[in-house]
Write a protein that binds this ligand. Structure first.
Ligand SMILES: NC(=O)c1ccc[n+]([C@@H]2O[C@H](COP(=O)([O-])OP(=O)(O)OC[C@H]3O[C@@H](n4cnc5c(N)ncnc54)[C@H](O)[C@@H]3O)[C@@H](O)[C@H]2O)c1
Ligand SMILES: O=C(O)[C@H](O)[C@H](O)COP(=O)(O)O
Length: 402
């Protein structure tokens, strides 16, 4: 079999190790991939910043397109199927990473504002791979959770009573977390789902969390909702106008990060592996590359975190624990610096923050030494933050305090 010419976004981790046995891998910045680059490729591997449309894929040799992402709004799948080009993406790959992010962002903001998180009602809009994890974790921490997902409510009548309408969610929730795909057509289109009317129907003091796509919210609606309306905090990882988000939104957000909610190393590597397996299936070749080695190289399987004092209020204690695994304040600080840049520099700085993102591990990689923990911590820590508890006395010599 002739060697494949594989063109890949330079930000797909371990692409050489995974795909090198299948062909010659060329790396390139995702935003710069052009039709003439694709002309010289048999396989195209992208991330969310490459618009895969009919003009990009004019090349008749193209045998496979893969996106190492959950979202697919950057890919014209109809154009690919018209041309008979197989497409794969990575559903669920970084869903745990996003759920870790949302819980950490909520605990961070709750701690800063002196809010006891379990007193809040969380409305989860979109309950697929990511939203359902966020919902379960918030429930485990003691929050009341309302789920909204009209496509699932319709397609899964046996579960319809688990879901509420968007109107009901808006009437009852005081935290809203968005987990929908960006779609522009059909009965459940999500582009500008949060427009002026929806924002006006929110409860006073609502925290709005967006880790889905920037265009799911209408920028002016949330801007006015924050200044003169019911929104009291924006916790934004994705932004209208990426890669150059508006400086006022960055400054006014309570948590601001550069589209990295899904960037835990485990999730990114899982994305590479899922594309590799999909290409091997298309080529009918055995999949020989396993990510275990690269995952092990970057950290011991489980890190042990010191528990904070059990006398602390619960939200602060959970926050102290969560931020030992993921210090969201560091991402927030780096992102905030972008607000003073002119648009072109801001876009470059945004891309650079993403390209050089430090290694972060999913929370399920961490264990909490239980020696001094109260029993009541067990459920929230293990189910809410997905950290394991270790047996008393068994781990104290491995304790790692960060
Ligand atoms: N910030 C990040 O780093 C990051 C990481 C991963 C995913 N994402 C984004 O999050 C999105 C969701 O991810 P996922 O893994 O949960 O996807 P998913 O496909 O598993 O779930 C999406 C859910 O949204 C529901 N939905 C669709 N339209 C809706 C509507 N109008 N109202 C309510 N629900 C609706 C679907 O029925 C589905 O259950 C992705 O499409 C992607 O754009 C962002
Ligand atoms: O859809 C996804 O999986 C995420 O939004 C993904 O983490 C985006 O990262 P990017 O592809 O832009 O590097």
């Amino acid at each position: 079999m002739p060697s494949l010419r594989i063109l890949a976004d330079e930000n797909i981790p371990h692409v050489h190790e995974a795909f090198g046995t299948l062909g010659t891998v060329t790396l390139t910045p995702g935003r710069a991939i052009s039709a003439s680059d694709v002309q010289a490729a048999d396989v195209l591997l992208v991330r969310s910043v490459t618009e895969v449309n009919a003009s990009l894929i004019q090349n008749h040799a193209l045998q496979f397109v893969g996106s190492a992402t959950i979202g697919t709004d950057h890919v014209n799948q109809a154009a690919l199927s018209q041309r008979g080009i197989p497409f794969a993406h990575a559903p669920g790959s970084n869903a745990d990473s996003v759920a870790d992010y949302v819980l950490t962002a909520l605990l961070h903001h709750a701690t800063r504002t002196g809010t006891d998180l379990p007193t809040r009602t969380v409305g989860v809009v979109g309950c697929g791979n990511t939203g359902r994890r966020v919902a379960r974790r918030c429930e485990a921490l003691g929050c009341r959770v309302l789920r909204n997902d009209p496509p699932r409510a319709k397609n899964e009548p046996e579960h319809a009573d688990q879901f509420v309408s968007l109107d009901t969610l808006l009437q009852k929730a005081n935290i809203i977390s968005l987990h929908v795909p960006l779609t522009t057509g059909g009965p459940h289109a999500t582009r500008h789902l949060l427009d002026t009317n929806v924002v006006a129907a929110m409860q006073p003091g609502t925290w709005l969390v967006n880790t889905s796509r920037g265009a799911v919210v209408e920028a002016n609606a949330v801007r006015h909702g924050l200044r003169d309306g019911p929104i009291s905090a924006l916790l934004f990882d994705v932004w209208p106008g990426e890669p150059a988000p508006a400086p006022d939104l960055i400054r006014d957000a309570a948590v601001a990060t550069p589209h990295i909610a899904g960037y835990a190393y485990d999730g990114k590597v899982r994305g590479t592996h899922m594309l590799y397996q999909a290409l091997c299936d298309v080529l009918d070749r055995p999949a020989t590359w396993q990510p275990n080695e690269v995952l092990a190289a970057h950290a011991p399987d489980t890190w042990h975190l010191a528990p904070p004092s059990a006398r602390w209020p619960r939200t602060e204690a959970w926050h102290a624990l969560a931020q030992q695994a993921y210090t969201i304040a560091d991402d927030d600080r780096r992102m905030r610096a972008l607000a003073s840049h002119p648009p072109e520099e801001r876009a470059k700085a945004f891309a650079d923050l993403r390209r050089t993102y430090p290694i972060r591990r999913e929370m399920n990689r961490y264990a909490v030494a239980a020696d001094s923990l109260l029993a009541e911590w067990h459920q929230p820590v293990s189910a809410g933050l997905t950290m394991q508890l270790t047996v008393p006395g068994a781990t104290s010599s491995h304790m790692r305090s960060t």
